[in-house]
Write a new protein. Sequence first.
Length: 331
Amino acid sequence: MDTFAPDTRHRVALLVRDGALAMETGIVHRIFGEARSADGAPLYSVVTCAVRPGAVRTDADFTFNVDHGPEALAEADTVVVPASDVDYEPRGGPLEGELAEAFARIPSGTRYASVCTGSFVLAAAGLLDGRRATTHWRSAGLLARLYPAVHVEPDVLYTDEGDVLTAAGVAAGIDLCLHMVRQDHGAAVAAEVARRTVVPPHRDGGQAQYIERPVPRPAEGGATAAARAWAEADLARPMRLAAMAERASMSVRTFTRRFREETGESPARWLHRQRLAYARELLERTDLPVDRVAEKAGLGTAASLRAHMKADAGVSPTGYRRTFRGTTPPR
C-alpha cells in the first residue's frame, strides 16, 4: 500500500472580504506560490477563504469564486488580510459579526499579516495595540485616530512585530511577503522568488518617498502670505527670519506668532519643508547633478542634501531620482 509523507508546507490563509482589492490578493498567491526548496518543492500552501464561501466582490469587474469558508483559518500558520474598498470609510471599534466569529477560529501562535488598509481589520481585532504598524500613507492618519493604541508609522514599507506584520499600500505587499519568505526560509529563497517575479528582493527607503509633497502655494491673504511668497520665489538665497519679518512689516516675535497661526509650523520648519519639496521636484524633473540641486534648493552641499533626503524620505537623492525618473543622471 502506498504511503504519503505529511504535508509540511507552511499554510497561508488569505482572508478576502467584500470589495477585495484584486491586485493585493494576487500578490500573496504569487510570492508565496513561487517559494521553492532546493529540490523544487513548494514551501507554502496558500488557501483563499471568506467569511462565507462563494462569490466575493472585488474592486475590479470580476468576482472571486471562493471555495473555502472561515474553517480554513483554524488550519493556518499565517493569516493574511488584504485590503478591501470597504476600508476607505472604516467605522472603527472592535470586530463584529461574522468577521469577529471568523477571527475567533484562529488558534494562538498563528502569524498575522495585513496589506494596505487590511491593517484596519487587525487593529479592530486588537492585534496592533501597543505595536508598530503601517498602512497606506493616505489612511495612516485615520488609523491613528481610530485606534490610538496603535503606534502608526506612515513612512515605512512594512513593519514586523514578530507574530504581527503590516504592509503599506499595494506593492508594499510584495516587500512584506518577500520579507516573510526571507524570515522563514532565508535570503537565497527570497531572492529567487524576487528573480522569478521580476522585482527587487529589497527596496531602499520607505513609503515616505512616494508621498506627494508639492511646494504649496501661499494661502490667499494672511498677514505672512507676502513674506512666504517672497521666500518661495528664490529658495537658493540665505533666508533670515528678520528679513522675512521685515517683508511682513512685523517684529520677529509677532511675525513668528502669526506665521505659526497661519501655517501651523515655525518659519524655519516651513522653509525647510519648501526647500526639500523643491529639491524633490528638481530630482524628478531635471538632470541637474545632486550638488546643483542642493544649491538651487538652498540646502547647501550634496552631502547636506543626502542627509536631509535620508531623514525625510529614507533614500538618497540618487535613489529617489532613480525611482521617479528611471535613470541615473550624473552625480
